[in-house]
Design a protein around this ligand. Structure first.
Ligand code: MG
Length: 301
C-alpha cells in the first residue's frame, strides 16, 4: 500500500511523488547510517555506518552491498566533487579528506586558526569547486561516533575550502550546524541546526543565508523552516529548488518559499538523503540501521 507511505499536505507534493511506488529497504544492518553519495560513473551509492566505523557501498546494477572501507576514521557526510572524486567528513580524523583518482587520500582541511576542527559532519561542493562543510561537536562528544576529546574551536561553525586549499569560516551564529545545501542558482545556502541535542531551547530548523556576489561567503541568515518531528539533519535540493530533508518520521519536502508540501513516511529516524540514479530521480535515504530508496518525480541538482 504505497499510498500509506506518503503524507500529502499540499497538492504540489502529489506531483513530486509516484503514489504507486513507495520506499524500499535496500540494506539493513547498520547502527547509524549517514552520508549517502551517488557516484554516476560507477553507478553505486556509498554511505557511512558511523558507530561501526565503516563505509558501505551499494551497487545499482546488482544490488550487492559490500564494505567499502573499514576502519574509516568514523566518516560521516560525503560529497562527489566536480571531478567525480569522493569528499569525506571524518569524525575521528577530524578533517575533510578527498579520495584521489589514484586511490590515495588527501587531507584538505583539519584545522582552523591553528586549532583542530571539531568533527566535520556534512559537506557540499559548489560549482566553482569550493568545498563547504559543517563542524559540529558530535564526533568528539563521546567515543561512540569518534574519539571523545575536548572541543578546541570556540564553537560549532560552517567553513569553506577554496580551490587553493585556504579555509575560511563562513557562518558562526549556529549551535550545531549539520546538513547543508545550495539553492539551484547557488544564491542561497541552507544549513540545518541540530543544536537541540545540546541546547533544549534551540529549535530544530533549517536556516537560510544569502551567498555574497563573489560566491565566497554569506550574509546574515534567517530561519527558513522548522521541523515538526525530530531534527533536520542532512538534506538536498532538487533542480526546481524544493528542499527534501531528513526528519524524525521520514523525509519532509518543502517548496522554495518554505511551505511543507508533504512527507515520505519512514518507520526509522532519517539522518540524510541524496539523489541518484542515471536520471537523478531516485532518492537514497539513510534511516537509522538501513539504506532505502524511492523514485520521485523530481531530479537532484
Ligand atoms: Mg549530519
Amino acid at each position: 500500500m504505497p499510498a500509506s507511505d506518503y503524507l500529502i499536505i499540499d497538492e504540489r507534493f502529489a506531483g513530486l511523488i509516484h503514489i504507486n511506488a513507495g520506499p524500499e529497504v535496500l540494506w539493513d544492518g547498520g547502527r547509524w547510517t549517514e552520508g549517502p553519495a551517488y557516484f554516476p560513473a560507477g553507478r553505486y551509492v556509498i554511505w557511512s555506518d558511523i558507530p561501526n566505523d565503516r563505509i558501505m557501498r551499494w551497487d545499482e546494477m546488482n544490488g550487492a552491498v559490500a564494505v567499502f572501507e573499514h576502519p574509516c576514521r568514523n566518516q560521516n557526510g560525503h560529497a562527489v566533487d566536480i571531478q567525480g572524486r569522493m569528499i569525506a567528513c571524518e569524525h575521528r580524523g577530524r578533517c575533510i579528506s578527498r579520495y584521489e583518482h589514484d586511490g590515495s587520500r588527501k587531507i584538505l582541511a583539519d584545522s582552523f586558526d591553528g586549532k583542530p576542527l571539531n568533527s566535520p559532519n556534512d559537506v557540499i561542493v559548489k560549482s566553482d569547486g569550493s568545498i563547504w562543510f559543517t563542524d559540529p561537536s558530535y564526533g568528539v562528544d563521546s567515543d561512540y561516533e569518534g574519539d571523545a576529546a575536548p572541543m578546541e574551536q570556540d564553537g560549532r561553525h560552517v567553513y569553506r575550502i577554496d580551490q587553493a586549499g585556504g579555509i575560511t569560516r563562513v557562518i558562526s551564529d549556529m549551535k550545531q550546524p549539520n546538513g547543508l545545501a545550495f539553492s539551484p542558482d547557488e544564491s542561497l545556502l541552507y544549513v540545518a541546526d541540530t543544536g537541540g541535542t545540546h541546547y533544549p531551547d534551540c529549535e530544530p530548523v533549517i536556516r537560510v543565508y544569502p551567498v555574497t556576489k563573489d560566491g565566497k561567503s554569506v550574509g546574515a541568515g534567517s530561519e527558513f523552516v522548522t521541523c515538526s518531528k525530530g531534527f533536520f539533519d542532512g538534506f538536498r535540493v532538487d533542480a526546481n529548488g524544493n528542499i527534501w530533508s531528513s526528519a524524525g518520521d521520514g523525509v519532509h519536502c518543502f517548496s522554495p518559499d518554505g511551505k511543507l508540501l508533504g512527507k515520505i513516511l519512514i518507520d526509522q529516524v532519517v539522518s540524510n538523503i541524496c539523489f541518484g540514479g542515471p536520471k537523478r530521480n531516485r532518492l537514497f535515504i539513510c534511516a537509522t540501521t538501513t539504506l532505502r530508496s524511492v523514485y520521485v518525480n523530481a531530479r537532484g541538482m
